[in-house]
Design a protein. Sequence first.
Length: 753
Amino acid sequence: MKLQHKAWALVLTIVGLSALGAMFVVLYHVESSFAQLETYRAEREGERARRLLDQQLTSMSATAKDYAWWVDAVDYTQGQKESFMEDNFDITNLGYLRLSEVLVFDAQEKLLASVMPLADKTLGPVSPQRVNELTPFLSSMLADASGVNATQTYRVADGKLEMLVSATILDPAKPGDGPHGVILMVRHFDESELTRFSDLLMFPVRLSFDRPFAGSAPIHLVDAGDERRDLYAAVKDAYGDRVFDLVIGLDRDLEHVEQSLAWKTMIYALSIGILATVMLVFFLDRMVLRRLQRFHKNVQDITERGPMASGQVVVSGRDELSELGDGVNRLLERVRVDALAQSAAYQQQEALQLQLMQSQKIEALGRFTSGIAHDFNNSLTAIGGWVRLADEDIDPKHPSHEALQQALKATRYAGGLMKQLLTFSRQSPPRLEPLHVGRLIDESRSLVASGLLRECELEIDCPSQAMWVTADLTQIEQVLVNLVINAVDAMDGKGKIRMVVERLSLPSADLTFSLIGASSLSDGSYVRISLQDQGTGIPIELVSRIFDPFFTTKTLGKGTGLGLSVAHGIMARHGGAIGLTTEQGVGTTFHLYLPESQAPEEVTSVAPSAPSLATRELLFADDEPSVRKVWTTLLMRQGWTVTPACDGEEAWALFQQDTNRWDVVLTDLTMPRLDGLGLALRIKQAGHPVPIVLMSGNVREGDSIVVGSQRFSAVLHKPVDPEKLFRVLDEVRAVAPPSAAERPDLAQTAAAA
């Protein structure tokens, strides 16, 4: 992706995320603010409704006190001024005061008079039943000797709201004379009053007498549809008890405004984000990116023409980018002054980068090879086993006998190739060990034979007598393979490559030996491997630099100049040397010198014990069904009684059923649930001396320590040769303690149990 596109993507991402975040933040704050406004509005309207209702009750109470603290009222309670009720509480006055009932009691709670408007717009007395309901409101007032007591409260009767006020009748001329009676006024808060109250409040109002009330809060909102919310405002009586709720219908204009404002704000934020993005991209493109593109184009042109070509980087403006252009121009001047040195440094850097990429490819190849090794070797093991079974089942004179033998050879060859790939691709510290030179040459030939030779012919001249060196197989193979690749490239993929293996001693008395590159070697016996090609040769003036790091005569992309340098270092670490002879038009010969070592002492294997009449019991754990089946059949033909298990857990369960039964345990390394290492660890911790043989398709370098810690009797690598497996099983069984089946005392003990 171009830098320009990356910058656009970065700007779009940052501004887009910022705009999106701003939209959500604004939406949250708008919703939160309007929610607070709506709550505040509800509390305010609820409180206003209660105050207006309380004001009506207070007004009634003031009216009652006006009549009660009047001389005419006192005279009326004392049997005088009999026209008091008619003069003050006629139908007109009751309508003006919006009173539904007026009752006058003397000091002994005796009803003196009562009036109430009737349906025909006349006055009538209050019923005795109604008087009995209202009398309890008088006791506390008449019991107060000060006579200043007054009551105002709400009451719900028969599903209707009543506003009750009462005032003690006092003589204004005699403040300490005590109460002379009580005036009780009642207003029925009916539909007309409710309509009047709604008009005053400017909101539709209704009353709720439901118990329990819709909510415990004094003021709360309840959704009543898309266009309205009901505000419940609790109203309490004089005793602090909740009597009813004023239900006020509030419109949802605030919510609609909030939603509209939120969407508008989000759209504005999105629009601003888009506008900011466009402006940022435009100015970034105009002021920076296009100048960078021109800068890059100038540098690219200069790079393509070479450091010695004329030309400068031209960057307009006066800022850091123009200063960078000036700096590049000054750098170009220095490059032109010291062109050769800078060119070499550039080539070294490029070569190092290519070498790093090649190393990563080799590492990836190693990981891939290691990943498929287990399944591939399992498949080879199964194929080889089934071919072996088929070969055993047919007559040796059968026409297919030879074909089966060739199939077995091909299987062994494929297994060897996989083992070589694993060894060559594995990155590990050098491990020096005795190597048979003939085996080293054969394995190196196998590596290069898989396409690296192209149309070249590899001719090998190796003496038949055994020669041994102490070396790291992988590193020496790396040197040989690299030399073969160089030879193939020198001949353009066509010609003959000759590899000669010789033994020599230093100092040499045989003048026929050409000791090219051996001047730094100490006296002793050496093995020399010479690799000759039929290429064009190396110019004499370049021979002295051929082992320098990053120096190469190949074209760009065909070499890094590190191969021969690495080969020189590997040979030096092995106590050897590398040299070359070259002739223009004839070819080049590289000589490798490795100190010869003694052949390793052969480990005398313990001869297997003579076959006994006892059954040879084998517990075999492998997660591959085909491998498990074919090897079970092969081992049973060899006289083993095989108990197969699909993984370590099943093998452990079978082992625990009779720990003295088994002669040998054969297990795979990689299995589900419980692997071979875990199975071996359990058996060893259980204290049973049964030998354990590990057979795996891929024992990694780091596994060798773990495998050794479990003290396996033997470790076999798949695909394993059947004869080798039979021999190993017999050997480990021969050195193992006798099982219960082979010792009469143990057998008797087991039978008794």
